[in-house]
Design a protein around this ligand. Structure first.
Ligand code: MN
Length: 339
């Protein structure tokens, strides 16, 4: 079979690999049908993702059809259309025992630390497969993975209808969080520096927006919250100053959720946290949120159709990554197609 491998930073190759065999552990063989290109895949390609190891078959947003199962598979059947969880963990460390395998001490993410979905076949444990809703095309189904990341951040924030939420950043991540956060009934404020993106999130249901390049965020948040500050803030921008800003505009007893991987130092002080008794919580990957996302689609609370802006055959992955590098404003989500 063929696979897309990043041999080392900035070197993308189409390689030949053996079709994986099913084993007692990896008891489901999936023929991949579509895979998404995510910002983190681009980071591994360019060598800016500190977690990645090389050479690596990348891709963690992967869907396909089950073509073979082992005798110990009980839930997943041949012919099932599935999405594969990217998180694998040891099951025995403290985080795993606490039910938080997404931050396992021995975490291995498919497409980052171990080979991922840009290949024709994958063998995985059946518990990592989730059956797709019939109504959802394979290429749209890859959007379930970014949705799980958004569900994770909203669950870390313990978001309820009582909350006023600030989402910092209106890119792909901010938009996914908006779609999920809307369902909580919380009031939602979004901030960015690009007017077109702010207009788009207003169309998608954000109650208020702030243009960080033109407006004072502290003043605007005070105006929109009667001076209290937001009760929850989620950092989907992850810029140098974003954490300090969120600590500043989040009100008493609020929660601040970080999602960035930057190692650049930023200046924060204890007073801003202690005086308001803020909870600062990281949100990483997702903790078995695929079924939650699939149920939202089945209940028609979430519509992932028409999310894909560009499609490429997976053997043309180089062209797809070149398009990403062009920063063409028409790019929303790029799908690699395998048929
Ligand atoms: Mn992703």
């Amino acid at each position: 079979m063929k696979a897309v491998q990043i041999e080392k930073p900035n070197v993308l190759k189409i390689i030949d690999m053996e079709i994986p065999s099913i084993t007692e552990h990896d008891n489901v063989l999936v023929k991949i049908k579509a895979a998404g290109i995510c910002g983190s895949d681009v980071g591994i390609y360019h060598g800016t993702n500190a977690a990645a190891t090389y050479p690596r078959v990348i891709g963690h947003e992967m869907v396909g059809e089950v073509v073979k199962t082992g005798s110990n598979a009980t839930k997943i059947k041949v012919g099932d259309r599935v999405i594969i969880d990217q998180v694998t963990n040891c099951g025995t460390c403290y985080a795993c025992r606490e039910g938080r395998g997404n931050v396992c001490a021995n975490l291995k993410v498919r497409g980052v630390h171990i080979d991922g979905g840009y290949r024709e076949y994958m063998a995985v444990p059946e518990r990592d497969c989730y059956v797709l809703p019939d109504i959802l095309a394979y290429e749209d189904a890859i959007m379930i993975e970014p949705t799980t990341i958004a569900i994770q951040s909203c669950s870390r924030a313990q978001l309820t209808e009582e909350d006023t939420l600030l989402i910092m950043g209106c890119g792909a991540l901010g938009n996914s969080i908006l779609r999920v956060a809307r369902l909580s009934g919380a009031k939602i404020i979004m901030a960015d520096i690009v007017d077109e993106k702010l207009q788009e999130v207003r169309n998608q249901g954000a109650d208020y927006t702030i243009n960080l390049a033109k407006e004072d965020i502290k003043e605007k948040i005070a105006e929109y919250t009667d001076g209290y500050g937001v009760t929850v803030s989620i950092d989907a921008a992850c810029t140098r100053d974003s954490l300090a800003t969120l600590l500043n505009v989040t009100g008493n007893a609020g929660r601040v959720v970080t999602m960035g991987f930057s190692v650049n130092p930023t200046e924060v002080n204890q007073f801003s946290i202690t005086s308001k008794e803020l909870d600062i919580r990281g949100s990483r990957l997702q903790n078995r949120k695929f079924q939650d996302a699939i149920e939202l689609i089945q209940e028609k609370k979430l519509d992932l159709s028409n999310s894909i802006s560009h499609k490429f055959h997976f053997l043309d992955a180089q062209k797809a990554f070149d398009l990403v590098d062009s920063r063409d404003p028409s790019i929303r989500k790029i799908a690699l197609i395998f048929d």
